[in-house]
Every structure is written in C-alpha cells, then in structure tokens.
Design a protein around this ligand. Structure first.
Ligand code: NAI
Length: 699
C-alpha cells in the first residue's frame, strides 16, 4: 500500500507514500480510497487529513504509469477525487513542498486545504501539451478567480503557497501554518475545529464567473495566441476555463474539460512534449553505469583557458556555489576573461535577474592563477584552451603532473579525439569530455564524451555534476563532432547544395524557420562564425579528400565575411544589432558560383528544403545510433532540441521522423539520392533505418 492510514484521536490521517514526489499511481490511489472508506465507517473518526510523506504532498500523476493500463485503472484519479468530495465527514488536505497537477486536483476535491509555507502550487500539464484533466480547469477558477486560475493553468508555472494565501478573497488555502514541521499538528487542529461544520463546503458548489464575460476570454485568447505559436494546449486551457464560467453545473464543465483533454492527448505537439519529457529524464541513465555507481565529491573546479568557453563554463559552477580556479598563460588573458564574466553578471543584475549581493558572492568564489600548482586541490578540471592537439597535449601532461589522485580531467574539445587526449596522461580512466555549447552559461546541453578508458565512476560523477549545474547531459562516444556537430555537418552540407541548386540563403532560412527552427543554417553560421566551418572543411579536405560540398561558404570566408562578429556574413549586420539584412553581393556570389558549375537554377519548394535539411540529420543520426556513439534515439533528440534549436513541438529529429513515418522518410532519401547535384552515397538510407522500415518499427 503506498498510502498509510493512522488514527490520531478522532481524526484519521492518510499519508501518501510514493517517493520521490508521491505520484498518484494505482497503489497510492487505492490507498487513498481505502483510507477514506475506513474513516467513513469508523464512528470514532470525525474528520480526515490527507497529506504526503517526504518531499511532497503530491507531484501529480505517477510518470512511471504513463501510457500503461495502470494510469487509467480504477480507482482512477476522478474516482479518488469524487470519493473525497462525497465523504460525509470533512476531508482536509495538508499541503507542503510540492502540490502539482493531479495532486492539486485532489486537494481541490477535499473540503478544506491547510498549507505550509514554501509549497509550490501548480497545474503544469500545459508543459506536456495537455490541460489539467481531473477537474483542475473547473475547480481552480472557483477558488482563485478566473484570471488568476487561468494564468496558472496557461503558464504551468508554480506559485508559492504563501503568495496564494495572501490573495484577497482566495479560497484555495483555508489556513497557512507557520512551518512544514507544524503542518500535521496544524491540520489536525484545523480538522477538529471544522469537524461538526455542516454542510461540508465543496469547491464544486462555488460560483464561477468573470465580470467581463466574453470580452475577457477574447482578450485572454489574444494574449495566449501570441505566446503559444506552435502549441494548441494553451488555447484549449482558455476554452476549458471559459466552460467553467458558462455551465451552471460543474459536471457539464467537467465534460468539456474531458473532451478537450482527449483532443490534446492526440495532438503531435503533445506527443512531442511528452516524448521530450521522458527523453530528458532518460538521458541521465547510461545502460552499463547503474544508478548506484559510486560518485566522487566535486567541491572545487579548475578551468584552463579564460576565453569564450572557459569563462562561461566557470560561471556555471559559480552559480551553483562551487569554487572555481581559472588558469591562463598570461595575466592579460585572465583579466579579459574575468572582465567578460563580470559584464555578463552585470547585465543580469541590470535586467533584475540577479541581485547585486548574489553577483558578488558568486565572483568571490572565483580565483585566478598562472601557476598549475594552484590546481592541486581541485576535484575536477575542465580544459578549454585552443582547439589544437599540440596545446591540449601540453596542458594534459601538466595536469597529470599536478592534479591529485582521483581528480577528474575533462576536455571541452569539440572535434579532437578524446582517446588521444586521455593518452597524454597516466590516468586515462579519469579523463572525460565535457562538451559545453556556446554561450556555456546559457545553453542547457552538455555532451559528455566517454573515452575508451573512461571509468564508470567518472561518468556517474560528471552526470551528477551536470545536474547540479542545471545542464541536460547526454553521453556520446568518441567520433568526429560527437553527436551534435557530426549531424550538423551534414545539415550544413545540404544547405550548401540548396544554394548551388537555386536557393538564396534567406529562402533556406525562412523555410526551416517556418518549420520551427529558432534560426536557419545561414543565420546560425553568421552567429557562430563562418570561419569555424571553414577550418573544419579545410581539415576535411585533407582527411577525406573526395568529400563533396558546396564551395560557396569558402568563397564567403575568403571575402572575410565571417558573420556577426565582422558585421557581415551571409547577411549584413548593423553594429550592436542581430537583424540579418540580405546582401545583394552575396546573392550574386552564389549565382556566379552556380554559373561556374554550369547549373541552371531551379525553383525549390519549402517542403524540399525542410525535408533535405531535417532528413540529413535523421540519416546521420541513424548511423550514430548504429555505431553506438549514442546510447538511444531519444538522446539524439535531446541533443538537437537543447543544443541546436530543433523545434520543441516536433520533439527532435528522430521523433519527428517516426511521426512522418520511417517508410516515407527512407523513400524521400532515395529520391534525393537521384539528384546528381547532391551526394548520392550520403542519401542511401542508413542500414538501421532500412531495418526499422522493414520491421515496421520506429526509432
Ligand atoms: P578561445 O580562443 O576563445 O579561448 C581559448 C583560451 O585558452 C584563450 O584565452 C587562450 O589564452 C587560452 N589558452 C591557450 N593555450 C593555453 C594554455 N596552454 N594554457 C592555458 N590557457 C591557454 O577559444 P574557445 O572558443 O573558448 O574554445 C576553447 C575550447 O572549447 C576549444 O577546444 C573549442 O573547440 C571548444 N569549444 C568551443 C566552442 C565555441 O563555440 N567557441 C563550443 C564548444 C567547444
């Protein structure tokens, strides 16, 4: 049973027990209904308190039951809520820590709610492309008022209990106790105080209206439409709350809520969000590194190199309260690096996102040095020096000499062979790749690169560290470009071919941005610096001489058009602004190059642009998966959504391919292979993709 039943004098206490957050799984739901029945039948019990053990009242649905029969098995959540609501003795929900989703819906079915301060209250279903489906949209407006309730439901954001309790007229929280420790006692006293009050107050009996009626909902729809561009759920939330105001009987409103919920369950957007929700959680699990693998303590971090990446990397740790020592070759470089960090923090202070004293506390955790000896007590060192094997060798040899035994030695290299880097030390088991994305203090993604010798303990430790610094970490094997950059190289190649065949940069960018990418390939190149790709292509020309690619990007770089940093790239930029302004000279350069190849331009549809760009990612991803570079398909989706701006509502490249149908994707690839101007060999569907198609399976 995952709900306890105890009697304290004349009050029964039902305590949910389903760690970590008392998800309302079948056993817990059964525990609640059984407890309610027992209390009903026990003449000595005058009132009931429902609360949660451990770290939550309840976080809502039990995610381990998602998509299984258990999720809907009786007693389902509706039945549990009805059981509480219909009891003839008062039921008091005692809320603390977390009261979200189904947990809040259950609390709203109780007759009273007592809360501890600091309890996060939310209906976060919208974040999964859904709406609260167990009465939340009908009951919350009755206790909070239509506007406040709609704001909570549409945003999915959590609000602290003390904030809600302070709202005039609110009926969500009947009593706020002083502290979490005093909650049970406070709830028991409250329950005794109301034990004889009849009729029992029920949220369902409260009125629900907005003084402006239709006009308000029209306004709400306009507001929500702007925010929820690609997502249908927020607008359906408005519909559901409006229904609460339109139906006199709550049961009619509940019926509307149910219908809207089912509609949303079937939308591709909700499927994508639910996929990513699980994908993000699954990413931290490594098949051969069990959860109980011992982890090392990381109390102090060293960063080598105070350039673009080093400063951002250091900020992650400072933000998490972990001291950092930063090493450079020259004092000027240290000063420049720390200056940039300060500027970053100051911008946050200016925007009101960071308090001045917090900023100072963070910077106080930073020390700088020119001397390797100062790194000796660090538990983790992250190297972010020039992308040059010779420099990396020098650095890792010195680290090997000074770092204490058991320290983890990490490299932020984006392209170099981690196994070779590990080979520069006598402790390859302690070497790992930590590939941050720029800007490193902002981007959520972290590729954890696992070398041949990397110890499971080291992997387990860095995955835990990633969580601490609020990154989404995905494990990648060693290969050129790891998961993300290896895929984007193919994407970039397709973008180049599209120019050669007849597109303009803005046509390509516009098409893929309409699909939902934050930025098209050319705007992205301008942001990252076109010279980076140029350097990679030069290296490729040596390593893989026959590799086919469009030369337009090289021509662009030869003109010094490196992107935003030079004020000119595929587009022009006004200093200090990021708006991309089309440039006639670039268009002419593309046309002349096309001509020099003897290509007659053709009109290329947006559909073809999107398919070629996205399916190039899919095919490369299938190779990556088959080679074991990625552990699972969902890891690749996480990399692309969190690191490369792949549209969230499409769920990542592989989820999207499965939605389109792998048969259709492979057919399109074969069609692209017929194009003499493209790379026929690349477009042979990857063997894994072919196999999945043959077996009628998905990624
Ligand atoms: P950067 O050129 O901005 O900074 C490198 C810093 O390392 C410079 O401040 C330099 O003075 C310092 N340095 C060079 N040799 C050193 C040595 N022997 N000892 C101590 N410090 C030394 O380079 P950036 O962009 O920060 O890149 C650093 C690493 O991060 C590279 O491996 C790069 O591939 C990788 N990376 C870069 C990304 C980017 O977007 N810039 C993204 C992800 C990884």
């Amino acid at each position: 049973m995952s709900a306890d039943y105890q009697v304290h004098g004349d009050v029964a206490v039902i305590t949910l027990h389903n760690p970590p957050v008392n998800g309302l799984g079948l056993a817990t739901r059964r525990g609640i209904t059984d407890g309610l029945q027992r209390a009903q039948q026990d003449a000595a019990v005058r009132a009931i308190v429902i609360t949660g053990a451990g770290a939550a009242f309840s976080g809502g649905a039990d995610i381990t039951e998602f998509g299984t029969d258990k999720a809907l098995a009786e007693p389902n959540l509706h039945t549990v809520i009805a059981a509480a609501e219909q009891l003839t003795k008062p039921v008091v929900a005692a809320l603390h820590s977390v009261c979200m989703g189904g947990g809040l819906e259950l609390a709203l079915g109780c007759h009273y709610r007592v809360a501890a301060p600091g309890c996060s209250i939310a209906l976060p279903e919208v974040k999964l492309g859904l709406l609260p489906g167990a009465g939340g949209t009908q009951r919350l407006p009755r206790v909070l008022g239509v506007e406040a309730a709609l704001n909570l439901i549409v945003s999915g954001e959590a609000v602290p209990s003390e904030f809600i309790a302070a709202q005039p007229g609110q009926k969500l929280i009947d009593k706020l106790v002083d502290s979490r420790d005093g909650l049970l006692e406070g709830a028991l006293a409250f329950a005794r105080g109301v034990a004889d009050v009849r009729p029992l107050p029920r949220v369902r009996d409260l009125p629900c209206a907005h003084p402006q009626g239709d006009a308000y909902f029209q306004f709400a729809r306009n507001m929500v439409k702007g925010m929820s561009k690609h997502f249908p759920a927020p607008l359906k939330c408005v519909d559901a709350v409006e229904a609460a105001t339109q139906h006199r009987r709550i049961d009619d409103g509940l019926k509307v809520e149910r219908e809207l919920f089912i509609q949303l369950m079937w939308t591709p957007e909700s499927r994508a969000l639910r996929h990513l929700f699980f994908a993000e959680r699954a990413a931290s699990k490594i098949p051969d590194v069990p959860a109980d693998t011992p982890k090392r303590d990381i109390r102090k971090v060293a960063v080598i190199g105070a350039g673009t990446m080093g400063g951002g990397i250091a900020m992650n740790f400072l933000n998490a309260g972990i001291p950092v020592v930063m090493l450079e070759t020259k004092q000027e470089a240290l000063d420049r690096g720390t200056g940039t960090m300060r500027k970053n923090y100051e911008a946050q202070v200016k925007k009101g996102k960071l308090k001045q004293d917090k900023y100072e506390q963070r910077m106080a955790l930073l020390s700088t040095t020119l001397d390797y000896a100062a790194l000796a007590d660090a538990d983790l060192v992250i190297e972010a020096v020039f992308e040059d094997m010779g420099v990396k060798e020098q650095v890792f040899k010195q680290l090997d000499a000074v770092m204490k035994p058991g320290a983890i030695l990490a490299s932020n290299t984006s392209t170099l062979d981690l196994n070779r880097i590990a080979g520069f030390t006598q402790r390859p088991q302690d070497v790992v790749g930590l590939h941050f994305f720029s800007p490193a203090n902002v981007m959520k993604l972290l590729e954890v690169v696992r070398g041949d010798a990397t110890a499971p303990e080291v992997l387990a430790t860095v995955m835990a560290v990633a969580k601490k610094i609020k990154k989404v970490a995905v494990v990648s094997g060693v290969c050129d470009g790891f998961i993300g950059n290896r895929m984007i190289e193919q994407y970039g190649r397709q973008a180049g071919f599209l120019l050669d065949e007849g597109c303009t940069p803005q046509q390509v960018d516009r098409a893929i941005e309409k699909f939902g990418f934050a930025m098209g390939p050319f705007r992205m190149g301008d942001l990252a610096g076109n010279d980076i790709g140029w350097a990679i292509r030069k290296r490729r020309a040596v390593e893989q001489p026959g590799m086919k690619y469009s030369k337009t990007a090289d021509l662009l770089c030869e003109r010094g058009r490196f992107g935003q940093k030079t004020g000119a790239g595929w587009y022009d930029y006004v200093p200090g602004k990021r708006d991309a302004i089309p440039n006639a000279e670039v268009e002419q350069m593309v046309a002349e190059h096309r001509q020099s190849l003897g290509i007659t331009p053709r009109k290329i549809s947006d559909e073809e642009i999107v398919q070629r760009l996205v399916y190039s990612l899919v095919n490369e991803a299938a190779h990556i998966l088959e080679e074991g570079i990625a552990n699972k398909a969902s890891d690749i989706d996480v990399v692309y959504v969190f690191g490369y701006g792949f549209p969230v509502h499409r769920g990542g490249p592989l989820h999207y391919a499965s939605e389109v149908g792998l048969f259709n994707v492979a057919q399109a690839m074969r069609r692209f292979a017929q194009n003499p101007l493209d790379d026929a060999a690349f477009w042979q569907p990857a063997p894994l993709l072919e196999r999945l198609v043959a077996e009628g399976r998905q990624f």
